[in-house]
Design a protein around this ligand. Structure first.
Ligand SMILES: [Zn+2]
Length: 437
């Protein structure tokens, strides 16, 4: 992994300057059915992320108050807001979180205790590609779902320049601690035309190895920093690092936090370029050609990363072929919303049709029930939120005043991808040096 081409102090300075003007604190949220990366403003899951009274301003991204509100590295679950703990306990007490043992991983595919079958319907691990109906693995016929994992990172600027120039929308699966380290790049993504934001956890661990509380902390802290930095938007989609999830992890994401998984059906393994035994740009091009020339009856969701300029270049090199083969590129977060081809493609997941009443996902309903009270408690008791360096501080998101339908603020970014363990270790080592330098 290349070292970052800038010093931390320069990076901080760069981060701070443009944000003051660039970040739209009051981006309106669509009031109609969500057809983008964030939940409708009425979704109950918002209760978990609101801080303070309505109308309070969000902290400026990159400012000390903003930065100090979030964990530096892996969140300390014991210090997470009481509202989150209460929501998890409510879901557990309601029997919504399956009791599946945690797996173990030494950097390879996670292994469950003896007698636990990852392919069984009870566990349904994504590692052996067990699918659940709420997962998104495929694009509708004829569509190439665009998305990139692991931003904001070293390849992000090159990628965003290209996406803007070509007017290509994509979903960016963001890592929470990277957002904290590079808010300027995150905000750029948020503001890009056609870009969507999704969650890729806070510090990129194997999720099935974690306790329920640690799974929640990984997801919720990433949602919190995205929420606080996008005018109060709460993401609807996430992608598990290493593609590692099971029914327990799925349920925490869905029942407590209202999020659905987006997986992939083809993998470039772009993260491994430059590593011993890793793939090459020629191999990626060959795989892409095969996929793109293949049948369109199932659309493509290809795993790609904004890790560095090489992974980004692999995507850029494929775009002419994607277009020449007649694939329609759509951001992955929009594949399931039924707004493709005037509603002829995709699936309406939250309403009967594009104008019907929104039915909040079963997800946050019961779990989020106790949140309002818990949130107040949280605000009144800073001890509950004092974590590594977390949070309680935060600001209020209620700036998202509803506007009429058709108000399509699409500011967001998104991408998804999956890094390998070695690449991630390198990433984290780099980040730590960045953060601590
Ligand atoms: Zn990843």
């Amino acid at each position: 992994m290349l070292a970052p081409p800038f010093s931390f102090s320069a990076f901080v300075a760069l981060s701070l300057v443009p944000l003051a003007q660039a970040h739209p604190i009051e981006n309106p949220v669509e009031s109609r059915l969500p057809t983008r990366w964030f939940h409708h403003e009425d979704h109950p899951v918002h209760a978990l992320f609101r801080r303070g009274d309505n109308g309070e301003q969000f902290e400026e991204p990159g400012s000390p108050a903003w930065t100090d509100a979030y964990p530096v590295l892996t969140p300390n679950a014991t210090a997470m807001p009481q509202a989150w703990k209460d929501a998890l306990k409510a879901a557990e007490d309601a029997g919504k979180i399956p009791r599946i043992p945690q797996s173990k991983s030494d950097g390879d595919d996670p292994v469950y205790p003896k007698g636990v079958d990852p392919e069984s319907p009870e566990v349904c691990s994504t590692t052996p590609k067990c699918r659940q109906p709420d997962d998104i693995w495929d694009a509708p016929a004829g569509y190439f779902g665009t998305g990139f994992d692991d931003g904001p990172y070293l390849g992000s600027s090159m990628l965003y320049d290209f996406l803007e120039e070509k007017h290509i929308g994509a979903t960016h699966f963001m890592i929470g601690m990277y957002i904290r380290a590079d808010p300027a790049t995150f905000v750029r993504a948020f503001n890009m035309e056609g870009a969507d934001i999704a969650v890729h956890t806070y510090s990129h661990l194997y999720m099935t190895t974690l306790s329920n509380e640690d799974v929640l902390a990984q997801l919720a802290w990433t949602m919190q920093i995205i929420h606080d930095t996008t005018g109060g938007r709460v993401p609807r989609y996430w992608r598990p690092p290493y593609g590692d999830a099971d029914n327990r992890v799925r349920a925490i994401a869905k029942e407590v936090l209202g999020m659905q998984i987006i997986m992939w059906n083809q993998d470039t393994e772009d993260w491994s370029m430059g590593q011993t035994g890793g793939t090459t740009k020629e191999q990626i091009a060959k795989s892409m050609s095969q996929w793109l020339a293949g049948p369109k009856t199932t659309g493509l969701i290809v795993l790609e990363h904004e890790l560095n300029n090489a992974t980004v270049q692999a995507f850029i090199d494929a775009v002419p072929e994607i277009e020449a083969n007649g694939w329609k590129m759509v951001s992955q977060a929009r594949l399931a919303d039924g707004d493709l081809d005037n509603g002829q493609a995709g699936v309406w997941q939250n309403a009967a049709d594009s104008t019907g009443d929104v039915n909040p996902m079963s997800v946050g309903d019961s779990a989020v029930g106790p949140a309002p009270t818990a949130t107040e408690n949280d605000n009144s008791n800073p001890d509950e939120t004092s974590g590594a360096d977390d949070a309680g501080a935060t600001t209020d998101p209620d700036n998202h005043s509803a506007t009429g339908e058709g108000d399509d603020q699409s500011g967001s970014l998104s991408s998804f991808s999956q890094p390998s363990l070695p690449s991630c270790l390198a990433l984290f080592a780099t980040l730590i040096s960045l953060t601590l330098a």
